[in-house]
Structure formats: structure tokens, C-alpha cells
Ligand binder design. Structure first.
Ligand SMILES: [Zn+2]
Length: 217
């Protein structure tokens, strides 16, 4: 399951995406608009493009790839629905594609892995360990494919663990997020706006998923 973060239509559906949803240990907005580069290239367009490129690579390798959204709905889905989608599709693994909107001085990519959350309707304890394995593979393969450095403004050596993301709290399928770079940083924005770089980003993501799915331990 590939989960292209946000939706190009979210910005014109603020009432729908601001609705609060239950993520187990808190309530949070259904979804957000995401960020964009200073020139106006949106995270939603970026995540959809990279996910489609990754799907093409993975499909050619024999994988069955599903999307939480494929630019085929006006907004969303909400984060709880995104989390459920992987289980509903009986997916072996799930990956959310994002880009960050941090202060301009920061650059680099990072991978977000689930902290164990057992609260309310959330219980992701079964996915913490396999998601960590996926996270390490993704950090390695994304860096190898793109040359993008580990984030210098967040996470530690490109890895973060969080308990405040509905998409990870509510998942019952091994899952991580990748923040491919900081769209507010000029150098990262230049790379992310380049289709050739996005192809490399997609290759890194596809390589990590391929390695995960073919090296079960
Ligand atoms: Zn995002």
C-alpha cells in the first residue's frame, strides 16, 4: 500500500479535512493541506507523482500495489481511513510519502517509524518491530538512490519515532512515513521539483519495499 500524503483538493475542502478523527491516544484533523515550495509546487502533487513512479517500478517487479488515493477523489481520505486501507487491502506493507515544510535553513530527508501505541482504538504493537526493519531499509535505500543527506534539523541520523501520527497509531500493517526533504529549503525544493530526482526518490522507495518483501526475517 502506497499512501500519497494529502490530496491536491484538500485546500478547497477545509471543512471536511478539519473534522476531528480519533487516533487512539488523541483526536486530530482528518487531514491537512500539506506544504509547498516557495514557488508553489505542492506536497500533494509531489507525493502523488513519486508514488505513481514507485508503483510503476514495483508493478514491473511483480508487486501488487494499491493506493489510499490516486488523485481520483476531491479531498482526503482522512488519516484514520488511510491507516485502515492497508488492512482492508490485505497489504503486506504500507508506506506514506510526504515532504516536510520546516524552516528554510533545514534540509535532508527522514523516516518516521511508529512508537508503540496501545490506547483507545489504537493497538499497533504488532507492527513496531517490522516497521523498524522497514524504516532502516528505507533510510539506506532512499539515501543510496538519491544522495539526499539525512535531515539536519529533525530526527536522528534520518530516523524518527512518533506516537502522534494517526497513520501509524492506527495501522495494523507494518508501516513507515518518509519525509523526502524540506520543501521550504531552496536546495531540497530544487531537487524535489526535478522529475529526474523524483524518479530516483521513487527508485529508493521501491528498492526499500522490494528488500523488505523479499527478505522476511
Ligand atoms: Zn505531509
Amino acid at each position: 500500500m502506497l499512501d500519497p500524503g494529502h490530496n491536491p483538493g484538500n485546500s478547497s475542502h477545509t471543512a471536511e479535512i478539519n473534522r476531528q478523527v480519533d487516533i487512539g491516544n488523541a483526536r486530530k484533523e482528518c487531514d491537512t493541506t500539506g506544504t509547498e515550495t516557495d514557488a508553489g509546487y505542492t506536497e500533494a502533487d509531489y507525493t502523488l507523482d513519486v508514488s505513481r513512479r514507485a508503483r510503476a517500478i514495483l508493478t514491473a517487479r511483480g508487486a501488487t500495489v494499491a493506493f489510499t488515493q490516486d488523485g481520483d477523489r476531491p479531498w482526503g481520505p482522512c488519516i484514520d481511513e488511510r491507516a485502515r486501507a492497508a488492512a482492508d487491502a490485505h497489504a503486506d506493507v504500507a508506506l506514506s510519502v510526504h515532504a516536510d515544510g520546516a524552516p528554510a535553513s533545514g534540509s535532508g530527508f527522514h523516516v518516521i517509524m511508529p512508537a508503540k501505541v496501545v490506547a483507545g482504538k489504537a493497538d499497533n504493537s504488532a507492527i513496531v518491530e517490522p516497521s523498524h526493519r522497514l524504516g532502516l531499509l528505507l533510510r539506506e535505500r532512499f539515501h543510496a538512490a538519491t544522495g539526499e543527506p539525512f535531515a539536519d534539523y529533525i530526527a536522528e541520523n534520518g530516523l524518527d519515532t512518533r506516537s502522534d501520527l494517526g497513520g501509524l497509531n492506527l495501522s495494523t500493517v507494518p508501516k513507515v512515513f518518509i519525509e523526502c526533504g524540506n520543501m521550504r529549503n531552496p536546495a531540497d525544493a530544487k531537487r524535489m521539483t526535478d522529475p529526474q530526482w523524483r524518479q530516483k526518490a521513487a527508485e529508493g522507495i521501491a528498492d526499500a519495499l522490494t528488500a523488505y518483501l523479499t527478505s522476511r526475517d
